[in-house]
Design a protein around this ligand. Structure first.
Ligand code: ZN
Length: 290
């Protein structure tokens, strides 16, 4: 039996290959429950969340990784974010009827953006690749090939209740067996969608890699978590400017902002708004020195 909401890393000893297997359950449900997603949209979002989790395993704990698909098809935006190494959130936007199919049918033309942020004021790394092939996994493999990073393979799956993903990466350095990368990749490609969703890392090892020397590391838990706060909402509001804020207050009596990721709502009355605008004005006034 596999454990829910965990990521497990493993290595092929002496063959310079590493792997990761992730399963999302309650964390996926928390994301999907926030919006009434058509099934194919929820499945693509689940795959994106699994992928973001896999990619985040090799970044530092204070960084966050954001995977975005922006496209011109029925599903025109997918965002999946993994922060502090375990906290996951995401959302997707679509228009019209989404009847499923492969990546091209769902998204049309577009690209995948991968951003690694070090937090407020910190450095930011961004990479981009055109949406390629039949699946998000194909696009991510193309991303690694184009950006001349280490050869990396992805397998992603989501059935609307659980999502799963596996990554294999060829590391720099000598492999004891030069054919190991091809063999291990081909074995992994025989894993069915149900097996990926249902098997634990030990079972995958037994099913695929029983002739390989595989070492499995301790599991890492994944939870749903949103990084929104009243402070971040205040920053967005104050960027609207005084006249727009006063307009909303005149019409609505207060300003209500809903976080699309977690559905939390933040309310600002006229007094809150005035304080916010005053802080903003003070910050924008340059100080003079004599
Ligand atoms: Zn939120």
């Amino acid at each position: 039996m596999r454990s829910p909401d965990t990521l497990q890393r493993f290595v092929f000893e002496n063959n310079a290959i590493r792997g990761e297997l992730v399963h999302l359950d309650a964390s996926l449900k928390a994301v999907l429950d926030n919006h009434a997603y058509p099934a194919p949209v929820g499945q693509l979002l689940g795959e994106a969340l699994a992928a973001a989790n896999l990619l985040s395993a090799s970044i530092k704990s204070h960084e966050s990784l954001i995977l975005q698909c922006r496209a011109n098809g029925p599903v025109h935006m997918v965002v999946a974010q993994c922060s502090r190494g375990h906290s996951l959130r995401g959302l997707a936007r679509w228009k019209g009827k989404v009847s499923g199919g492969d990546l091209e049918a769902l998204c049309g033309e577009g690209h995948v953006l991968i951003t690694i942020e070090q937090g407020r004021g910190g450095e930011r790394y961004q990479g981009i690749v055109t949406l390629t092939g039949k699946s998000l996994a194909d696009s991510l493999e193309a991303y690694f090939a184009q950006s001349e990073q280490l050869p990396t393979r992805f397998w992603l799956s989501c059935d609307g209740r659980a999502a799963a993903g596996m990554l294999l990466q060829r590391l720099p350095g000598e492999a004891e067996d030069p054919d190991a990368w091809n063999r291990v990749s081909q074995l992994a490609s025989t894993l069915t969608r149900d097996e990926l969703l249902g098997l634990s890392v030990q079972e995958v090892r037994h099913r695929l890699f029983h002739e390989e020397d595989v070492r499995v590391f301790d599991p890492r838990r994944t939870i749903f978590g949103c990084t929104c706060s009243r402070q971040t909402v205040e920053r967005v509001l104050s960027s609207l400017g005084r006249s727009e804020i006063e307009d909303i207050l005149a019409k609505e009596g207060r300003i209500k902002v809903n976080c699309e990721f977690c559905n939390r709502s933040y309310t600002f009355d006229a007094v809150d708004a005035e304080r916010l605008l005053r802080v903003d004005t003070a910050a924008a006034t340059p100080s003079t020195r004599h």
